[in-house]
Write a protein that binds this ligand. Structure first.
Ligand SMILES: [Zn+2]
Length: 122
């Protein structure tokens, strides 16, 4: 089955907009917790290079927060759980992680940073 959701980078570079500019540069892997999919593991993120500006960029799926090990939904769930648990951070973390079958250690410092995360529209 072919996936047709990738942007048409040959037609238009996502960075500068020029045709035939972006070239595939490989990928990097990231450990991700995604409670809504009950997924905990490594994912591959594709990277491209804008030849005009020499800038490398990533194609990050919309459900993943940039530079975070938690999905957008996971972060929003943590924020909601924090509010419902009357600002008890440990209870909020436990409630959010409940759907994951495996152990995932979420440091309180990371959880505190996620509480101030603001999801921007795509
Ligand atoms: Zn470009």
């Amino acid at each position: 089955m072919n996936f047709d959701g990738w942007p048409k980078l040959a037609a238009s570079c996502l960075y500068c907009g020029a045709p035939d500019c972006a070239i595939y540069k490989g990928y990097y892997i990231r450990y991700l917790a995604c409670p809504e999919l009950e997924f905990l593991g490594w994912i591959a993120i594709r990277t491209w290079l804008c030849k005009t500006y020499g800038i490398r960029f990533s194609l990050i799926p919309s459900f993943i927060a940039r530079s975070k090990k938690f999905s957008v939904y996971g972060i929003l769930s943590l924020q909601e759980s924090y509010r419902l648990n009357k600002h008890d951070l440990q209870k909020a973390i436990d409630a959010t992680m409940d759907s994951l079958d495996e152990e995932f250690y979420l440091p309180q410092a990371s959880a505190l940073r996620y509480l101030s995360y603001q999801c921007l529209p795509p």
